[in-house]
Design a protein around this ligand. Sequence first.
Ligand code: HEM
Length: 553
Amino acid sequence: MATPMNVVHDFPGAVSMSFLRYAVLSAVVALLLRRVFGWNSVTLKNQKRKPATAPSLIPFISHTIAIASGGEKLFSTFKQYCGLTSPIRFRMLGQDLILLSASDIRKTVHNPHVFTDNKLRARFISNVFGIPQAAADVVGVDNSGSAIRPTPGSNVAPDRRIVRMQQETAFDFLQSKDGISTFLDKFVGFLEQEIATKKIGEEWKEFDDFFDFVRKTSSTAVMNAVCGPRLMQRCPKFVDAFWTFDENVHLLHIQLPKFFIPKAYEARQVCLDALKEWKRNAIETTKGNTYTKEDRWDETWGLQVMRTRNGLYDRFKEYHSDAARAGSDLGIVWASNDNLIPAAFWLVQALVKSPELRDRCLVEINEARLPAVDGDGLPRFDTEILIKQPLLQSAYHEVLRTQVTSFIARDVEQDFVLGDHLLPKGSYALTVPWVENHNKERWESRPGATGHPVEEFWPERFLVPKKDGEGAEFSLKGLEGSFFPFGMGHHICPGRHFATRAILNLVATLVTAFEFEPVEKESWKDPGQNPQTFGYTPFRPTKKLPFRVRKAV
Ligand code: HEM
């Protein structure tokens, strides 16, 4: 049979006609095949190779252990791939993991029918928040995505689209102007109450750990804002239990039995029991009440979103149990604290540790200061001015760059061609923003970055010279698609606007209201980065940071 190639060689004079006929014919056939069978993508897939395999000591076993055990092992496994430019495959027992670089992430988040997260999410909420299996499965089988229109190919009934409904309740509230300002007002109010309970006066008062101080003060304020004050009035140990639970999230996720981590299970139970009681009380005391869209917060339910979520779960019989609802509420409490609180800590500690940085930030903070009103002497700020201050913004983003570790993970539902590679169906695609945030080439080439290695916390990293040459301004230019501490696409963090405002407000309040002084300068010099919960929450310091504090004069 004459193939196009030997036609060309045997009859040189007839080349152009035969070739043309062949070209037209094959184009038509290719088009038909592509329409009917998707032939083109099959051929493409056959020509692609799977991503290179990351080296390992014992095939399958080493990667499985390193990745499943989390913490230091997981951190040092991924740390080697800062600067990654093409996907790399980790062979694991059961499922391959493909580590993607920033340049690939857009294709994953914008192809939600290929890169799904419903099964991952179901596993997470069941293992970590203790949501009963039947309730977690409602999420697990919902492959319709979070957009208004269901993802192509999904056949989930409209009234079973729980992922979309959950997202709608959270995003409608947390991304609206009124939702953000309600949340922020409540947070600031509760923060002031918390500060007042510390009874810090003009005499120096010593505390043994700055991380613990910031964490307790600010998370109590966030939790009161989210759930209203009754949760913690009824269960004063909620905050401590919550942070013990949070430190073990990675171990709960891999279902390490209770025998190995009894404290984690006990702490989670304290939180779940408290949330069950809180909800029973909320339902009981507000029976018969009518709420309007304008009722964005009340003492019993806290944020409107807590109430609307409860209404949403009425529609799913699998969520009628107290356990399912408490698990889901724990999810919201966790999402609103796990990143925000440690990030806030890292920013305040940077200012406490460096009087020079603090003084420069104070100039910006004072520009946002509001006139004193009720004689309590507490400083208050216009947050919309605070969030526009260049050095503060830059230092805050540098904290996000260096300390946030949350992964962006998706299941690969269909074979997918990504550049020269084939991502096989059944694998697990992972982007590790922290790895991207330590790409030398990208970060050391920022304006003025010479002499500021990527590992260094350099508060000016996000500043660029102003066009008129007068001073510097905050800028994310050139980092689009490569710096995404809040994720990207449909699942981008809906709490990001609140988080930024709450963190800058907290920092401004603390450094203006008080004078802090490190006590053991050595531990403050390098607080370390504990990677225990790498992939889930920001680093924590490895050392206690003793300090003294007094009211600012
Ligand atoms: C510095 C603070 C924060 C950081 C760095 C952060 C980061 C993230 C990241 C990386 C994701 C995952 C995105 C993805 O998978 O594509 C996420 C999701 C989420 N965050 Fe945040 N977050 C912060 C604060 C908050 C706060 C304060 C809230 C709530 C009040 C919140 C609520 C959520 C929710 C509900 C989701 C799930 C969204 C979805 O899957 O549709 N976050 N966040």
